[in-house]
Design a protein around this ligand. Structure first.
Ligand SMILES: CC(C)(COP(=O)(O)OP(=O)(O)OC[C@H]1O[C@@H](n2cnc3c(N)ncnc32)[C@H](O)[C@@H]1OP(=O)(O)O)[C@@H](O)C(=O)NCCC(=O)NCCS
Length: 139
């Protein structure tokens, strides 16, 4: 990530930019009533901003602060991808877990295809014990 072009922050994105980032990167769109608590209640955030203050990349950790942490909302606007922003965001989030959480933290994520190589490069592994990811929506 070019530090002269981009700034990495620990702030969540503004609500409208969060909704736009999800939509423009092909993640499932969310509503404001879903976004508000996501912005307010996550354990850690990282966003990348341009000089003009536009949020162009983000990622967050939902966690209990003890041992269980979920990486979510990894997204970089298409025109800013492949410049190391996703790596900077995830590396910083993992560093924060390492700094703030007791040793032995378990970090999990749902690895969509665009992020899989990046996640592997940062130490994430596929389960080897037969575990699979399962999910459902409610309502
Ligand atoms: C996944 C995602 C967040 C990655 O963001 P990103 O900012 O492009 O990530 P990075 O730039 O750090 O790394 C992505 C690739 O660019 C490469 N790259 C990094 N800096 C580079 C540079 N200066 N020049 C060329 N390539 C570079 C990385 O090596 C990596 O390559 P790889 O895919 O072959 O491993 C982004 O692709 C995205 O938003 N995708 C759509 C939404 C999505 O699917 N999110 C994941 C949900 S799990």
């Amino acid at each position: 990530m070019d530090a002269a072009t981009y700034t990495l922050t620990t702030d969540p994105p503004p609500l409208e930019e969060y909704l736009a980032l999800r939509q423009l990167t092909g993640l499932t769109p969310k509503r404001a009533e879903q976004a508000g608590p996501a912005l307010a209640n996550s354990w850690a955030w990282r966003t990348v901003q341009t000089q003009s203050g536009q949020t162009v990349a983000m990622g967050r950790v939902v966690g209990d602060g003890g041992w269980y942490f979920l990486v979510a909302d990894m997204a970089t606007l298409p025109e800013h991808q492949k410049k190391g922003l996703g790596r900077a965001v995830l590396s910083a989030l993992l560093d924060e877990i390492s700094d703030r959480a007791p040793a032995g933290a378990y970090v999990t994520l749902m690895a969509d295809l665009p992020g899989q190589r990046l996640y592997e490069q940062l130490g994430f592994e596929r389960p080897t014990n037969g575990s699979i990811s399962m999910h459902r929506r409610i309502g």
